[in-house]
Design a protein around this ligand. Structure first.
Ligand code: PMP
Length: 443
């Protein structure tokens, strides 16, 4: 069977599918911001895969770096060899982000787990091994592994694993559209920080740290905090002596128009988690950036930072991530994300004036989100939750546009997050296709 969007999965496939699995086209190849399916249909990648392919597809420079490294050596375990590639990557990444130490992993989830383990190790070395309670936002996504899932305010994804998850210390998310209830930014920030203080104080000497996405991604759709929030949260953590861990798996690597999203608010978290855009879709590679204070405590102790994952820091992934960093720097992609982000934002706001289904436009740089509602005044997400997200994602695909469904169980949202290499003309085309998608959705 075929749909307007391409071929459906063959009956009898042995492959276990992800969500929407039954209705996906087969991918053929990609060039720049475009992806092609095996029926020859072209899609503008308006979400960089899953906010990952930040340089677009088949980038010649990255492919060259990949081939060159693949021909030398692809794997050497870091328990056996040092590698020049991982050294060079750590050096460059540290210099570009302002962090002295880097731990390399393969996926966002693994890096989140590593940040949690490093924090637990930090407390152990400081003689407080009972500190194990992390707090995180009620609408958030931090990974599919059990540590990351324990922190995730994502009821749909938590459900099956609940029995193995750690206690969830939910913080009110900085999601003004649904939680500010008429408060201005300063009042809302105060409410959020007071609530965070209560949650942390409830755990007293067991509190271990706070984990946040500076801009919420997969669970709520580019949830952008009020200015002042991240600084206030960092201040609270400092007062309590608790590490602040920024999960920048989606927001990092220039996506929001700064190398790290935390930099928009001049906040330097104790640990920063990176993933997705690090390998930019060319290799699975992720990292934890570690501040002096954390590493000092750990290095002074007896335990060592060896609890890694087999492929972590492999030469191939490192060479690819290094080439990605070089491309980000030499092509000015952080500035391009800021500039094209403004264009995209203005265009999305124009669409919101014409399409009632768009309840809010939010985001930073090239991480933009649309909150979708069945009733704009009541801000109703419609029923069942997720159906509008799904409908919008499919309507876009039928127009030849890929957007990312970002529903966390309480709302409907899509992410619009094209590659950082996107041009002004491609943004215009993206907006045209999105306009047509919303027209088709309501007609
Ligand atoms: N943290 C955040 C903020 C994410 O957006 C994601 C992925 N959507 C993850 C962690 C998990 O990353 P991965 O899927 O690579 O394990």
């Amino acid at each position: 069977t075929t749909t307007r969007s391409g071929r459906m999965q063959p009956a009898g496939s042995r492959l276990i599918k992800f969500f929407f699995g039954e209705e996906l086209p087969f991918v053929s190849h990609g060039r720049g911001v475009f992806v092609y399916d095996t029926d020859g249909r072209r899609y503008l990648d308006g979400c960089s895969g899953a906010v990952t392919a930040n340089l677009g597809h088949s980038d010649p420079e990255i492919l060259r770096a990949l081939h060159e490294q693949a021909e030398r050596i692809t794997f050497a375990h870091r328990g056996t060899f040092h590698s020049e590639q991982s050294e060079a990557l750590a050096e460059r990444l540290g210099a570009m982000t302002g962090y002295p130490y880097v731990f390399l992993c393969n996926s966002g989830s693994e890096a989140v787990e590593t940040a949690l383990r490093l924090t637990l190790q930090y407390w152990r070395e400081r003689g407080e091994p009972n500190r194990s309670q992390f707090a995180s936002h009620a609408v958030s996504y931090h990974g599919a592994t059990l540590g990351g899932l324990s922190l995730s305010g994502h009821p749909q994804r938590r459900r099956v694993a609940e029995a193995l998850l750690h206690e969830f210390n939910e913080l009110t998310p900085p999601y003004a559209y649904r939680f500010a209830e008429g408060r201005d930014d300063a009042e809302f920030t105060e409410l959020l920080v007071n609530h965070t203080a209560e949650v942390l104080d409830a755990h007293g000497p067991a509190a271990a740290g706070v984990v946040v996405e500076p801009v919420g991604g997969a669970a709520g759709g580019a949830i952008t905090p009020p200015d002042g929030y991240l600084q206030a949260l960092a201040g609270l953590c400092r007062e309590r002596g608790l590490p602040l861990i920024a999960d920048e798996v989606m927001t990092g690597m220039g996506r929001t128009g700064m190398m790290l999203a935390s930099q928009h608010w001049d906040v330097r978290p104790d640990l920063v988690v990176l993933g997705k855009g690090m390998g930019a879709g060319y290799a699975p590679v992720s990292a934890v950036l570690v501040s002096e204070e954390i590493i000092d405590a750990i290095a002074a102790g007896t335990a060592s930072v060896t609890n890694g994952h087999t492929y972590g820091g492999n030469p191939l992934g490192s060479a690819v991530a290094l080439a990605v960093l070089e491309a980000i720097e030499s092509r000015g992609l952080v500035a391009n994300a800021a500039e094209r982000g403004k264009q995209l934002r203005a265009g999305l706001e124009a669409l919101a004036r014409r399409h009632e289904v768009i309840g809010e436009v939010r985001g930073l740089g090239l991480l933009q989100g649309l909150e979708l509602v069945s009733d704009r005044v009541a801000r109703s997400p419609g029923a069942p939750i997720g159906s509008l997200t799904r409908a919008a994602t499919f309507a876009a695909r039928d127009q030849g546009l890929l957007v990312y469904p970002a529903t966390g169980g309480i709302n409907n949202a899509i992410l619009v997050a094209p590659p950082l290499t996107v041009t002004a003309e491609e943004i215009d085309l993206l907006l045209e296709l999105l306009d047509a998608s919303f027209t088709s959705l309501t007609s």
